[in-house]
Design a protein around this ligand. Structure first.
Ligand SMILES: NC(=O)c1ccc[n+]([C@@H]2O[C@H](COP(=O)([O-])OP(=O)(O)OC[C@H]3O[C@@H](n4cnc5c(N)ncnc54)[C@H](OP(=O)(O)O)[C@@H]3O)[C@@H](O)[C@H]2O)c1
Length: 191
């Protein structure tokens, strides 16, 4: 697939390496609004790997170029001082869907630390990627992308379940960086 990764930091670059290894054609861009517009137009799948606070600007830049396309929201809805930005009645992904009403927004990869995004593993263990979205075909596309990057991809229900996945990622951040477990940790669904 032609995948446009918006954001070329820890997450964007790791995902891009994994996608490329899986055989996809990948283009990445950092904070360059003109190039973001171009890549949104050319990509079949658009991955948003920017800070939560940048989503408003990036969504405005992308605009109609996302219509009908799969938009993967990897962001975690955190404030700059690391608090949950949204509560129980909405999520970053649902708010993004409102900004891009004709796109097929899928929440994915946000519960995986960037250290595992390329290979799907941390400390030799395959991790789980929880994928949530309302459009089944779009969600299946992202599930296949996650599998291609070595992750155990699990259908986590409708986009509204991003309300669960975003705090889950915040828990992982706390475990990693406040409670001493470091960045090489991750969630695995055992079944
Ligand atoms: N790090 C993780 O392990 C992890 C795991 C899961 C989810 N996430 C989420 O993934 C997102 C990215 O995290 P990260 O660690 O990759 O951050 P990062 O390393 O700081 O990279 C952020 C990227 O976003 C770009 N950017 C910043 N402001 C922008 C704007 N207004 N318009 C367009 N692009 C902009 C930056 O471009 P410039 O460098 O050019 O400024 C950079 O390429 C965050 O929402 C984070 O919560 C992170």
């Amino acid at each position: 697939m032609r995948i446009s990764v918006i954001g070329d930091g820890n997450v964007g670059s790791a995902l891009a390496r994994g996608f490329e290894k899986a055989g996809h054609t990948v283009s990445t861009v950092g904070n360059d609004q003109a190039r973001i517009k171009e890549l949104a137009a050319s990509g079949e799948v658009i991955v948003l790997a920017v800070p939560f606070g940048a989503l408003e600007q990036v969504a405005a830049t992308i605009g109609n170029a996302a219509d009908g396309k799969v938009v993967v929201d990897v962001t975690n809805a955190l404030t700059p001082d690391f608090k949950l930005a949204l509560g129980h009645t909405t999520s970053g992904a649902e708010e993004l869907q409102k900004k891009l009403p004709n796109a097929k927004v899928v929440k994915g990869f946000n519960t995986v630390f960037s250290s595992a995004m390329e290979t799907g593993q941390n400390t030799g263990t395959q991790l789980t990627a929880f994928i949530a979205g309302d459009d089944t075909e779009a969600k299946n596309t992202v599930i296949e992308l996650a599998k291609g990057n070595g992750l155990d991809a699990v259908d986590a229900g409708p986009l509204a379940n991003a309300r669960l996945l975003e705090p889950m990622a915040f828990l992982q951040i706390q475990l990693g960086f406040m409670f001493g477990h470091g960045p090489n940790i991750g969630f695995k669904l055992v079944r």
